[in-house]
Design a protein around this ligand. Sequence first.
Ligand SMILES: C[C@H](O)[C@@H](O)[C@@H](O)C(=O)CO
Length: 472
Amino acid sequence: MARIGIITFSDGRDFVHRDLAEFDRGVENKIAQALTEKGHEVVRAEEVVWTNELATREARRVADMRPDLTIFNIPVWAFPHFAMLAAHATPGPLLLFSSLSPQYPGMVGMLAAAGSLDQIGRVYGRAWGSIEEPAVLERVEVFARAAAAVRSLDGSIFGRIGGRPMGMYTAVSSTDQWMEKFGVDVEEIDQWELVRRSETIEKSRLRAAREWLEKHAAGVHYDGKQLTPELLERQIASYYVMRELIEEWHLDFSGIKAQPELTTHFATMDVTEAFLNDPYDWDGPKETHVCATEADMDAALTMQLLKGLSHTPVLFADVRHYHTDRGIWDLCNSGQHATWFAARSDDPAENMKHVNLYPEGFYFRAGGASVHHVAAPGDFTFARLTRLKGRYRMHVMLGSLERYDQATNDFLMKQSDYNWPHAFARMEASVEEILGRYGSNHIHAIPGNYVEDLRIICKLLDIDYDGFGSAA
Ligand SMILES: C[C@H](O)[C@@H](O)[C@@H](O)C(=O)CO
């Protein structure tokens, strides 16, 4: 839920404002009530703004509360320079709102304020109508959700464990650009920390976690070589080390390089990453922590924004294969899919009964468990930040995940890497468009339709929105 500021604007003539004050407050009360009922925290200006001095003072007062979104409520003709002064004193996202009432020219006031902000290049959104209409409230809420996702990045820390994996330019971004554009700092941490600290984790915790996995997973397929209880415990130890690093370095989200050093000489990070992204681990429920495979920075950033919209785990996958005969994509990963995707249940046991821990294959000589499952069906929004000549763009498409009978699932999965996690996706965009333009080996997804939210996010962050197929 978002924290939403509301400032109401009025006519600058004292005798006019006096007559309008009650009406102004009435509209504001309704907006505040509707948003509060939806669970948002509402921060209101103390006075209706009808002088230049009040514009700055009230906007500063509301801005001090760091709202995710500030609504400029313009229910009557309001002098536009008040909105300009208040916008200047409001660092965060803005939404102009006017009621559609023939009685007072609020719409005229909003259009005048909007044009003024356009002239100075200030980014803002617009909504209009009665907040009591569900569609109007929904528009305001979508804007608030997008604004909150953007604001959540501001001042956050990304933990980059290891550097560029296997020459992947698309996994690396400029720390200057991240700070300038998103307000995110990057903390560089050597992978050696995972190796060094894993020895220090109490053995009883490792055993308890391993036994939990053995109890709840559909199967833990030890082979005495690539997957042994000792190797699984090493992966669990890496999870606990990551939790330590997250706490010590105050990391909001992270990525682990893993390939090739850890995956050749230590263990794969699949178990670690899966349970960081999950809303639970063997110790109980917890906050999800976005952790990107291959320390893919733009993946992690996309995932953090998507998490801000859906408040669920976010899928990280390779765009691995297109089954031409069936028109479906196999979004598979040499790292993790959070186990939550197996059934999308709040109950870990429900998800885990679809999860098999298989020995890693020939790419990963150090071994460990691959967290295998097939994602549960449903409608999803797929997205990915990429850069075109250094400028950020957000690829967006809609699609649905499908799951078939066991024989069909197995037949399809055996064509790629069976032991990795899979998500079969039917996209609302053609294969020609996707393979012709999509700019990454990785893709991310959340359940539901968040196309409009992503358009707003792009506007707020000055990123090019790049929709595919039905999301164009
Ligand atoms: C086979 C490679 O080692 C994998 O890591 C590769 O499939 C990727 O995941 C590339 O993103």
